[in-house]
Each structure stands twice: as structure tokens, then as C-alpha cells.
Design a protein around this ligand. Structure first.
Ligand code: G6Q
Length: 515
């Protein structure tokens, strides 16, 4: 168990570095790990070489390299020993093993071949519909929405002219209505995405949009595409213009690089554009497999996170991209991280006596600076930050105003925040005191192009996986979302008039009848 490990006991005796005293320019120059087009700048984390060495001992003691290899080779990683569980391989990495010489073997190779089959179908489908549709609506929720939506927004700069993509996720009728208001259904492709083919919100929204199509005199079969698990209730090719598949070895929150993201991203960016994202993700998958521990970028990020969470006791992490394109990226990471590592038992079913996944939240900078940064700088809680920044913007045009470009203004703010949070500020006026020692790190890349976007996605998937390996939890199931779904169905039965079965639900429902 994590808490019994030698390296953990060693780390427990170590003290956080006082950044107010030790944050120097030399530290900034030295505390950087570079590779695969990224620099991870971690001088503003409360670590020194002794702590870093002990963190790498923890990585070794937890056998992270062996576990990552096992995962990418298709070993059954999604399981709880001795108890009924999903018992599946975890092979989102195989979805993008589509380049050069195929790297995967065994189960993973079969998964990569299945993915290739779907990619070929996608390429042919996109060719067939080329020019026929101006808009695409993706209907899906959770993993079938957040990743593809975050990537679509992030890649909008590279979108084909004259196409638009929209998403409907919430069962709130206002969500579907607001999207339907701004499309011409005659020219709209609708992609229904549900791995299980049984998610209430998605099936409801499918019917909602279908009904509107029929009312407009259109045949849904000419407009609707399904992305689902083979054999699911949605797997009925007769009803759809096309059907694409995914498999139980690709978890919902890890599915953006499968057809779950493929259809919408291929439509928006062109097939080659989607491949660029896969290429970037694949490069990062290979980076984590092939680098030694000390060169492995997501691993270092995972270890710094573990230091903050388990040894300094921080409960939340703000992920702040200084990039407007990453507007919904943190929302995706919130699901990725919190659904994966929000677990209270280990892989043998024992309740853990240490903290696991932190609360993840965030919004892009500089916008956040004008909102919640007050608490981050001067609040009573200390919140570690992960900044993401790019040297260049996605568009070629920028303007010098008062001798600096907008991109320079953006980056100045990013670096200034990192320094201010670390060093703080003394002042005689207590209202102007900044206590400092607020740890942060910066992931810096050249430009958020499609390949970098894929690599960034994979970076975070692997960071989350490494933390799960170290905590010895199953990062790949999501039992925690089941109970609410079951009870929602019970309350729906009450709406249908089946009284007496659920007093707690009835108590809430009575308020709907009151003025
Ligand atoms: C993700 C979760 C969850 C899932 C949604 C949608 O890892 O499993 O967010 O993606 O509940 O599920 P379906 O794709 O089956 O509709």
C-alpha cells in the first residue's frame, strides 16, 4: 500500500521548499524538463533535488514503467482483484497507433487494427458527404461529449471554411432547443455518440432532434450517424446513414481519439486534421513508453502532483491554460482526472488511508485573473496551479499595441502570475500582503497546432494514469456515477405515477406541486 512504501515514509519526513527564500533565476533556468516539444518548468513547485529524488524512488517502487507498458500492451488493468469489476484492458493508446511501423503487440495490436478499420470507414464517409452538410450536431454526454467538445473548440483555428459543429449533451430541453435554433436541418449531420447505447440523456436528445427533422419533412436516416459499442441498443445500421464503432477497452473519458471524437473532428478539420491529432497523441504515448523515468514529462507532472496532494495536503488543483482555444480543456481534464482518480478503495478493494485524486478546476487566463485569482493569491487555502502556455498564437495575425503584441501580453501575465504566486509580497499594510509559497508549474509549447493538441491530451491522460498507478487504484472504472443514475430512474417512475416506491424522491417531488 502507498502509505507503507519506503519512499513515502522518506518523503513524509521532508519539508516543502520555502519559495519566498529560494525562488531564484538560477532555479528557473535549472528546474525544467524538456522533450517532445514541451518544456515543463517546475521551479515554482516546493521541491528540491532531494525531494525529486525521493519522488522518483516512489515511481520506481510503484513500478510505474512496468504498469504503463502493461497498459499499452493490453493487459487487464481495469479491475478490482477479488471483486466483480469491469475486468477490461485499457487501450485508448491503440486508437492512435496508426503511424509508421505499428508499435502495439497482442491485444493492443488487435485493438489498433480495429481502430484502423474505423478510420478507413471514416475517411470514405467524409469523402462521400463532402460538401453535403454545413453543420454537424454531436449528441452525447460525459466522455462522449467533453473530450470531443474541448478538442473541437481548441482546433477551431484549423477548421475547414463553411462548416460549423455544435454539441447537445444535457437532457435539459433548452440545450437541444438552443442548438436547433441556429442550424438549417436540411444541411445538418447529426452524430449520436453513446458507447453503451443506453444513456438516458443521449437517447432522449436523439429523439428530440429526430422529431424536429421529421417535422421539417426530412428523413432522419439521411442525416443521422451512430457511434457506439458493437451490439449496443444503438447498433442498428439500418437506421443510420453510417455507423461507427468503439469498444469496451476504450473508456468514455479516454475516447476522444476514437470515433467518439473522430467523426466530429474529421468533419470539422478534414480527415488529415484528425490524423494530426492522433499523431501528436501517439508521439506522447511513445514518449512515456520509451523515455527513462527522469525524462518522462507526464510522470514528472504526476509526481509533483503527488507531492502537493499527499505530502503538502492540497485538496484542489487549478489547471489554467493561457490559451483561449483551451476554453473547455479544463472541463475535459476535470472529468478525466476526477472520474479516474476519485476513488477510495485500492485495486484489492481495501479502503485507502491516504488521499487520492484532487478536485480539478480552472478557466483560461488571463480571464481567471479578473475573477478567482484573488482567492488564489490571498485566500486562506493554498491552491497549486498547472499553467499551460504557448510561445505563439494559433493565428498568424497579431498586433503591436504600445510596443508589445497581444501574445507577449498574454505570456507576460502567465510568467508574472507564476512568480507572484511563488514569492508573494511583504507589506506593512496587511491588506497588501501576499503570503507566497503557492506552488505552480508551467507546461510550455511552441504553438497549439493539431499535433501539439493531441500530445497535450495524451500528456494529461498519462499523468492521471501514473498517479493512479502510484496510488494503486483503478483509474479506469466509474462506479461513482451509477447510484445517481439508478435513483433518477426511480424518480422518473414517480413521474409516471408509480407512487409508494421511493418516499425520499416523493418528498422532493411535492415541491413541484407547490406555488
Ligand atoms: C466516462 C464515463 C461517462 C460516459 C457517459 C456517456 O468515462 O463512462 O462519462 O462517457 O456516461 O456514456 P455513453 O457513451 O455510454 O452514453
Amino acid at each position: 500500500m502507498f502509505s507503507e512504501m519506503k519512499s513515502v515514509k522518506k518523503l513524509q519526513k521532508m519539508k516543502a521548499v520555502d519559495l519566498k527564500r529560494e525562488f531564484t533565476d538560477q532555479r528557473i533556468r535549472e528546474m525544467v524538463l524538456s522533450g517532445s516539444g514541451f518544456h515543463l518548468l517546475y521551479a515554482a513547485e516546493q521541491v528540491n533535488s532531494e525531494i525529486i529524488n525521493a519522488l522518483y524512488e516512489l515511481a520506481e517502487e510503484s513500478q510505474v514503467a512496468k504498469k504503463m507498458k502493461a497498459m499499452q500492451e493490453g493487459e487487464i488493468m481495469n479491475k478490482i482483484d477479488g471483486f466483480p469489476s469491469e475486468n477490461r484492458s485499457v487501450l485508448h493508446t491503440a486508437m492512435r497507433d496508426q503511424f509508421d511501423h505499428r508499435q502495439s503487440r497482442g491485444e493492443a495490436k488487435l485493438a489498433a487494427e480495429l481502430a484502423e478499420r474505423e478510420l478507413k470507414k471514416l475517411e470514405a464517409f467524409l469523402e462521400k458527404i463532402d460538401g453535403k452538410f454545413t453543420d454537424l450536431i454531436q449528441i452525447g454526454i460525459g466522455g462522449s461529449d467533453l473530450g470531443p467538445r474541448a478538442l473541437s473548440i481548441a482546433a477551431a483555428a484549423f477548421q475547414k471554411p463553411n462548416v460549423k459543429v455544435h454539441f447537445i449533451s444535457n437532457v435539459d430541453p433548452d440545450d437541444a432547443n438552443s442548438v436547433l435554433k441556429c442550424v438549417d436541418l436540411k444541411k445538418t449531420l447529426v452524430v449520436v455518440v453513446s458507447k453503451s447505447g443506453s444513456t438516458l440523456e443521449t437517447l432522449t436528445n436523439e429523439e428530440f432532434v429526430k422529431e424536429r427533422m421529421i417535422q421539417s419533412g426530412l428523413n432522419p436516416k439521411d442525416h443521422f450517424v451512430a457511434v457506439t459499442g458493437e451490439g449496443s441498443p444503438l447498433d442498428d445500421p439500418k437506421k443510420y446513414l453510417a455507423s461507427f464503432y468503439m469498444w469496451d477497452f476504450v473508456g468514455g473519458r479516454y475516447s476522444a481519439t476514437s470515433m467518439v471524437g473522430g467523426v466530429v473532428l474529421g468533419f470539422a478539420l478534414g480527415y488529415q486534421g484528425f490524423l494530426e491529432i492522433l499523431r501528436g497523441a501517439h508521439e506522447m504515448d511513445q514518449h512515456v513508453l520509451k523515455s527513462d523515468l527522469r525524462s518522462n514529462l507526464p510522470l514528472l507532472s504526476a509526481l509533483l502532483g503527488i507531492w502537493n496532494r499527499n505530502f503538502l495536503g492540497f485538496e484542489t488543483v487549478a489547471i489554467i491554460p493561457y490559451s483561449q482555444a483551451l476554453l473547455r480543456f479544463t472541463a475535459h481534464l476535470q472529468q478525466l482526472d476526477m472520474e479516474s482518480n476519485g476513488k477510495h478503495i485500492d485495486k484489492t478493494g481495501k479502503v485507502v488511508n491516504y488521499s487520492t485524486g484532487p478536485v480539478i478546476w480552472g478557466e483560461p487566463g488571463t480571464n481567471g485573473q479578473h475573477s478567482f485569482y484573488q482567492l488564489i493569491h490571498q485566500g486562506t487555502d493554498r491552491i497549486p496551479l498547472e499553467f499551460i502556455g504557448f510561445k505563439k498564437g494559433q493565428y498568424p495575425h497579431d498586433l503591436k499595441i504600445q510596443n508589445t503584441t497581444s501574445q507577449q501580453k498574454l505570456l507576460s501575465n502567465l510568467f508574472a502570475q507564476s512568480i507572484a504566486l511563488a514569492t508573494g509580497q511583504e507589506n506593512e499594510n496587511p491588506n497588501k500582503v501576499f503570503t507566497g509559497n503557492r506552488p505552480n508549474r508551467i507546461l510550455l509549447a511552441e504553438c497549439l497546432d493539431l499535433q501539439t493538441l493531441g500530445a497535450l491530451l495524451s500528456f494529461y491522460e498519462h499523468k492521471v494514469a501514473y498517479q493512479g498507478f502510484i496510488w494503486n487504484i483503478n483509474s479506469f472504472d466509474q462506479e461513482g456515477v451509477q447510484l445517481g443514475k439508478v435513483l433518477a430512474n426511480k424518480i422518473l417512475s414517480l413521474f409516471k405515477g408509480e407512487k409508494g416506491s421511493f418516499p425520499l424522491g416523493e418528498a422532493y417531488l411535492q415541491f413541484l406541486n407547490e406555488d
